[in-house]
Design a binder for this molecule. Structure first.
Ligand code: SF4
Ligand code: SF4
Length: 413
């Protein structure tokens, strides 16, 4: 393997890059039963239902971002053709849109109105006990907190001969990333991919790409890692990252990859954060990390985890479960308002700034969490499960102590 080292990277500054829209709070659908009578246009006072400009005989697709969920159109439609349901993702999408617009940390103010526990990442609570210590003020300058992570292949031990280190880090493939977030390649038009690549290069992070994309964008190769499937046998090539789907029982496979020279394993889950056999993917990442620790090989290579990472808080939680870094794709597309971009021109400058803003916000939130934990280096939280509380453990403790029964819902809560 050839060496590859990047110097520490200066984070670019955030700047205003306003959103063009807000995420819809309701999903409004008009079915095939619609007779184009236009009654819904008359009854909706928010202008969601309009006729097609180019052919007024037909109704236009609903402007669902304007819907207030009053259900009047649903009640009045003579064909029962309309459904209006809450858009469960709208809160997350609006947070990402805010972060991408401003680069700031979203503040919800006093009085949290949501649930305090739930499935997946929502069942993990970070230990912020140091937040009350007045001497801790890392975010605002009195203490330096590092968000830099190194990923790649590391020597299991150093060998000395004639007073010199025989096998040094220089022989191994390692990269330094200024914050533990990589980008995944997205299926979108070229300008969206270019936007993300340009932001990747400015931020000093890396994009996980296919070989075709690596060949198609030679000027961005310094910030690319080529993803290869675990079956391809190319795992020890420089700049490759080996993809393994997250499912139960992959511990031994990842162990063999670590033993056989792999530099970076990409554990990739489904977009909803579940494994390919339906479990919370984070539990399997945790199990892989524990297995590698028990075998004494955890430090020789790195784990990047992707799948269902939509909020800044999911980054430290993934690291605590055992990942060295995470990779994201959907938040990038939301930041670029990709649904709009596909039908209109995407300004590259605007898009690059939106992604920089998103990462500035997520990095600041990571600093907030590290400061509140009393940690000065993000690398120290990898696999540090003592720095979080897990709802599953607390529930088990509760059941044992009180003798209550707990039933699991369909959604895993
Ligand atoms: S009221 Fe119902 S049938 Fe009439 S245009 Fe609207 S959706 Fe179609
Ligand atoms: S639910 Fe109310 S606001 Fe939404 S489209 Fe129907 S009439 Fe308009």
């Amino acid at each position: 393997m050839k060496p590859f080292h990047q110097p520490p990277h200066q984070m670019p500054h955030s700047a205003d890059a306003p959103s063009k829209s807000m995420a819809s709070q309701f999903a409004v659908r008009r079915g095939d039963e619609c007779a184009n009578c236009g009654l819904c246009k008359r009854v909706c006072i928010y202008g969601v239902h309009e006729r097609l400009e180019e052919d007024p005989r037909f109704m236009a697709p609903p402007k669902q971002e304007m819907c207030r969920g009053c259900l009047r159109c649903v009640m009045e439609c003579p064909r029962n053709a309309i459904t209006v349901v809450p858009n469960a993702d709208s809160d997350v999408e609006n947070i990402i849109l805010f972060e991408a617009s401003t680069g700031k940390v979203p503040v919800s103010g006093a009085g949290y109105g949501g649930r305090f526990g739930g499935y997946g990442f929502d069942g993990i609570w970070l230990d912020m006990s140091e937040i009350v210590r007045p001497t801790r003020d890392g975010i605002h300058g009195r203490e330096y907190i590092s968000t830099v992570v190194e990923i790649g292949r590391f020597p299991p031990y150093l060998k000395f001969g004639d007073g010199e280190v025989e096998k040094s880090m220089e022989e191994l493939f390692t990269i330094e990333v200024p914050f533990p977030i990589l980008f995944r390649e997205v299926s979108a038009m070229d300008s969206v991919v270019e936007c993300i690549l340009e932001a990747t290069s400015k931020l000093g992070t890396y994009m996980i790409v296919s070989e075709d994309t690596y060949d198609a964008y030679p000027s961005y190769r310094d910030n690319m890692l080529v993803e290869v499937d675990v079956e391809s046998g190319m795992m020890d090539e420089q700049r490759t990252i080996t993809r393994v789907e997250v499912r139960s029982g992959i511990e031994e496979l990842v162990y063999k990859l670590f033993k056989n020279g792999c530099a970076i394993v990409h554990l990739t889950a489904r977009g909803d954060g579940r494994s390919y056999d339906g479990k919370f993917a984070g539990d399997i990442v945790e199990s892989v990390h524990d297995y590698l620790m028990s075998k004494g090989v955890r430090e020789v290579a790195s784990i990047v985890f992707s799948g269902g990472i939509l909020k800044a808080e999911h980054v430290p939680k993934s690291l605590i479960l055992g990942a060295d870094a995470v990779a994201i794709d959907k938040p990038l597309l939301i930041a670029l308002e990709y649904a709009d971009c596909l039908s209109s021109d995407l300004s590259i400058d605007w898009g690059v700034q939106r992604i920089i803003n998103l990462m500035c916000s997520w990095r600041d939130q990571l600093l907030e969490v590290l400061g509140a934990m009393g940690m000065r280096d993000v690398r120290r939280i990898r696999g540090e499960k003592g720095r979080a509380m897990f709802m599953r453990d607390l529930e088990n403790e509760f059941i044992q102590n009180c003798g209550f029964e707990v039933h699991e819902n369909d959604d895993g809560t």
